[in-house]
Design a protein around this ligand. Structure first.
Ligand code: A3P
Length: 319
């Protein structure tokens, strides 16, 4: 077993130092089992893989960064907590807390050696990760039952690239869009390549649709209510006919809408727990599909589309 008086960082330091390295903007990335992970996550990821004990009613919200994590966290929380916290209530936790404060971020929790916090959470637990499916702990990913549920949200990589650039620019104002774009295209972005990340979850959702729900940011925008209904049913908390008739789904959609969330005092000022380095308002920028057109030339867009199309060819997944 692991040595309890060593931190994961000390215990796995040599392993991490031997991995291929790439400096990307504000982060040091290391290639770990095919994905460019932020260096400081890797020891925690190993501990997560070895020690995490899923509960059958756990729901893990998974995403590629900048693809709708914050929104999915808000929606899932609002759905799961709706008996104790009716979404229309003026004092709903999501009106007082940033979504990242309502749901623990597994990767940062393990990176900080704080995994005992997860054991203390009451069931059903909601947690989130940016890891690809292939790097989740075996008891979560194996197919012989006993596993928990995973909800994944992806997004057009072109809009992800634009969102990522704006996000990184909050720390590095001089960062050029072209640099972020190149990193996205060659996969050297946090937890990249984005296509392999989405594909790992996509394949799991095809093999095991009761265990892995695959959502798209654009679908959430187009049909918020329909996707909240699906999400609730998948998480084992379907809306009853009475709830539907009373407008409960619309109340969740409204509570979690971009305009509502962006306008909240709690989402404007300060930084949030799991992302201490980032101001809370960095998670609420524009909230639309297609903003890539304002940042990329048609040639750049065609180039990224071609890379993604080639990588996803024959998989059934497309953006
Ligand atoms: P943009 O930068 O394109 O506006 P993540 O939460 O994974 O970091 O993703 C952030 C992206 O989701 C940002 O995209 C952000 O504006 C958008 N977003 C955040 N909250 C949202 C909400 N409630 N509804 C729709 N989009 C939201």
């Amino acid at each position: 077993g692991s040595v309890p008086n060593h931190t994961p960082k000390e215990e796995f330091g040599e392993l991490v130092a031997a991995l291929p390295h790439k400096q990307q903007s504000i982060l040091d990335l290391r290639l770990y089992h095919g994905f460019w992970l932020p260096e400081h996550w890797i020891p925690g990821t190993i501990v997560f893989q070895r020690r995490f004990t899923p509960r059958p009613d756990d729901v893990i919200l998974a995403s590629y960064p900048k693809c709708g994590t914050t929104w999915l966290k808000a929606l899932a929380f609002a759905v799961m907590a709706r008996d104790a916290h009716p979404p229309a209530h003026p004092d709903h936790p999501l009106r007082r807390l940033n979504p990242h404060e309502c749901i623990p971020f597994i990767d940062e929790i393990f990176a900080g050696g704080e995994d005992a916090k997860l054991d203390l959470l009451p069931s059903p637990r909601l947690m989130n990760t940016h890891l690809p499916f292939s790097l989740l702990p075996d008891p979560v990913t194996n197919s012989n039952g006993g596993t928990c549920r995973v909800v994944y949200v992806c997004r057009d990589p072109k809009d992800m690239a634009v969102s990522l650039w704006h996000f990184l620019r909050r720390r590095h104002p001089d960062l050029a869009f072209a640099a972020t774009f190149e990193s996205v295209c060659d996969g050297t972005v946090p937890v990249g390549p984005v296509w392999d990340h989405a594909l790992s979850h996509w394949r799991a959702s095809v093999t095991n649709p009761d265990r892995v729900l695959f959502l798209k940011y654009e679908d959430l925008l187009r049909d918020s209510a329909g996707n909240v209904r699906r999400l609730a049913a998948f998480m084992g908390r379907p809306f009853s006919a009475d709830e539907e008739a009373a407008g409960a789904i619309e109340e969740v959609v409204e509570l979690c809408s971009f305009e509502k969330m962006k306008g909240l005092e709690v989402n404007k000022a300060g930084t949030s727990g799991a992302y201490k380095a980032m101001p809370r308002d960095a998670f609420f920028r524009k909230g639309v599909a297609g903003d890539w057109a304002n940042h990329m030339s048609p040639e750049m867009a065609a180039r990224l589309d071609a890379v993604v199309r080639e990588k996803l060819q024959g998989t059934g997944l497309a953006f």
